[in-house]
Ligand binder design. Structure first.
Ligand SMILES: *[C@@H]1O[C@H](CO)[C@@H](O)[C@H](O)[C@H]1NC(C)=O
Ligand SMILES: *[C@@H]1O[C@H](CO)[C@@H](O)[C@H](O)[C@H]1NC(C)=O
Ligand SMILES: *[C@@H]1O[C@H](CO)[C@@H](O)[C@H](O)[C@H]1NC(C)=O
Ligand SMILES: *[C@@H]1O[C@H](CO)[C@@H](O)[C@H](O)[C@H]1NC(C)=O
Length: 433
């Protein structure tokens, strides 16, 4: 008997409309994750609710990391874990070819005919091979000012890491949440799951900050909406910066075009070639990283920058004192005033693609307090063979809202929120669901 396709599709439509009227599905505009600074490692961590039954997995937040990976060696228990068959669509989305076999009893992370990828510990620069897996993730939606309903992503793609790969990560964490430009990077998967813009924003602080995925607004107590960001193009490094990669792979990290560095409005003399990404080797340029606690500069840039800073500090009668590791220049707080933007010290400017697009760094983001009366310039020497010439690190990002628009390839930045009378610690985490 031939069944009529028209009757079938009418039936299907009825069922679909019935189910949608019975339970109108909630589509979030945006999602949030909390970001907490670990005071020992100075890493930023977040919590991902995953598995069945749900557990809250604490993971290191890696802005440029490729994807989410968690340790599946120990304590990965879930009735909803599945591993995609090799050569399936999920494997190609995870950029994974090949077919694995595992010679231990089957468990999450160990199955036959599955595909694998390379979970990367970006803190220690170690990577290993691990099974690509799928499992449910729950995450809080937001209207921009409070958390709202929790929504589910039934099959979030991640990679199984190993216990040894956790070495060097903040205590209690079980993996890394990668926010980089990868087809299974979390921003991309979140956007696909709820059809929102491939855009996210990060607001780090020394306590608990927040990351937003999808559309704004970004609202902080007391009711301050952060808008009017300055923007500059996001650049793509054609050579991967991961610990292990195959030839031709691009970097998933976020690079921007710093063209000059100024201190008290005077240009620091640096070799401009170092500020460009070499198209063949991928060496050079400026990236943004949350796994570096302080901004790292290639040695010649670091030396020029530090001596220019010391000179400008001296011009303001700020007394230099012996350096405290890992910093290169430290000062007495004796002649240093305190303002809303932190210590009143020479201002640093990162000039971007045009002379009027400038990232200004004030005392709160340049001076690290190391004792009651000593502050240090919070920048460190990256060595002469630094792969990336300038790595803008966590301390310089704190209490600044930064936005990554992957669709339009633009980076937006607020400059210090202290100037707008709020901080990244002021997101209201009281749920209104
Ligand atoms: C995978 O296949 C091999 C060889 O057929 C077998 O020895 C092994 O136990 C299997 N592993 C799993 C996890 O099923
Ligand atoms: C978000 O929801 C809360 C509670 O309903 C409300 O007070 C707040 O104004 C909303 N914020 C925005 C930006 O819509
Ligand atoms: C620095 O100190 C000298 C001598 O004490 C004084 O003349 C000068 O005005 C001071 N400069 C600043 C910028 O405070
Ligand atoms: C945070 O949001 C909740 C829910 O809207 C509200 O009741 C509370 O007053 C807010 N907190 C502050 C400090 O405004």
């Amino acid at each position: 008997m031939a069944s009529s396709p028209i009757i079938l599709s009418v039936l299907l439509l009825c069922i679909l409309s019935l189910s949608s009227s019975a339970q109108p599905s909630f589509r979030p505009k945006a999602l949030i994750l909390p970001l907490t600074k670990d005071q020992t490692t100075l890493q930023y961590t977040t919590a991902i609710s995953q598995r069945t039954p749900l557990v809250s997995a604490s993971v290191v937040f890696d802005l440029g990391g490729q994807f989410l990976w968690v340790d599946c060696d120990k304590n990965y228990v879930s009735t909803t874990y599945t591993s995609p068959r090799c050569r399936s669509a999920v494997c190609s989305r995870a950029v994974s070819s090949g077919c694995s076999e595992c010679f231990s009893p089957p468990r999450p992370g160990c199955n036959n005919h599955t595909c694998s990828s390379f979970p990367d510990n970006s803190v220690t620069g170690t990577a290993t091979s691990g099974e690509v897996g799928l499992d449910v993730v729950s995450i809080q939606s937001t209207n921009g000012s409070n958390p709202g309903r929790v929504v589910k992503i039934p099959n979030l793609i991640f990679v199984c890491g190993s216990k040894f790969l956790l070495k060097g990560l903040a205590r209690g964490t079980v993996g890394i949440a990668g926010m980089g430009r990868h087809s299974i990077g979390l921003p991309s998967q979140f956007a696909t799951a709820f059809s929102f813009n491939r855009k996210f924003a990060v607001c780090l602080t020394s306590g608990r900050g927040v990351a937003f995925f999808g559309n704004g607004p970004y609202v902080f107590l007391p009711g301050i909406e952060i808008s009017g960001l300055q923007t500059t193009p996001l650049l793509i490094n054609p050579v991967s910066t991961a610990s292990t990669f195959t030839q031709g792979e691009k970097s998933t990290e976020y690079f921007i075009g710093v063209t000059a560095i100024k201190i008290s409005e005077k240009s620091v003399p640096i070799n401009k070639k170092l500020l460009k990404i070499d198209g063949k080797t991928g060496i050079g340029g400026t990236k943004i990283s949350t796994v570096n606690p302080y901004t790292v500069m290639e040695t010649s840039i670091f030396k020029a920058f530090t001596s220019a800073y010391v000179r400008e500090a001296a011009a303001r009668n700020i007394t230099r004192v012996p350096s405290v590791k890992p910093f290169g220049a430290c000062f007495s707080t004796k002649n240093v005033g305190v303002t809303r933007l932190g210590y009143a010290v020479p201002e640093i400017e990162l000039v971007l693609h045009s002379n009027d697009v400038v990232w200004r760094i004030f005392g709160a983001n340049s001076m690290v307090s190391v004792s009651d009366d000593v502050i240090c310039l919070g920048f460190v020497d990256g060595g002469v063979n630094a792969r990336t010439s300038v790595v803008i690190g966590g301390f310089q990002l704190e209490d600044n809202l930064i936005e990554f628009d992957l669709a339009s390839n633009r980076f937006g930045f607020s400059s210090t929120l202290l100037g707008r009378r709020t901080t990244c610690a002021n997101f209201n985490f009281t749920s209104t669901a």
